[in-house]
Design a protein around this ligand. Structure first.
Ligand SMILES: [Zn+2]
Length: 130
């Protein structure tokens, strides 16, 4: 499942809308809440915890590696976040030009989209659905 991000979502509607987009990913927790029976709701990337949006994008060991890569590639301070709200708020705290903030925002959105597709693909390949 590909989720499209519109750059204006973040700017015009604020973080709440973007968070809602992130919560649309079919995580184990989201599937359970929709009464879709799954055999295993642990994270398919690390296998260490229940798969929630918060886990997928923040506390997963793979997310840590991904965000370190993003911060290194964008030449910004390391991204240390404890919640999706923190992740969405890093742009406000960056001391860089507005042009660079837009570039970093685009990269974060791209990474979230690719990361979500990877997670969905792994879920499909492991056939967690009953
Ligand atoms: Zn994980």
């Amino acid at each position: 499942m590909a989720i499209r991000f519109d750059r204006r979502i973040f700017r015009e509607s604020g973080q709440a809308s973007w968070r809602m987009e992130m919560d649309k990913f079919p995580t184990g927790e989201a599937l359970r809440k929709r009464n879709i029976m799954i055999e295993d709701s642990t994270c398919p990337l690390c296998g260490s915890d229940e798969e929630t949006s918060e886990h997928l994008f923040i506390s997963c060991s793979i997310a840590f590696i991904v965000w370190n890569g993003v911060s290194s590639w964008c030449k910004i301070p390391n991204i240390f976040v404890f919640s999706i709200t923190d992740l969405l708020g890093i742009l406000a705290g960056l001391r860089v030009s507005e042009k660079k903030k837009e570039a970093v925002q685009g990269i974060i959105m791209l990474v979230v989209g690719v990361y979500g597709v990877l997670e969905t693909t792994l879920n499909f390949l492991t056939l967690r659905l009953r």
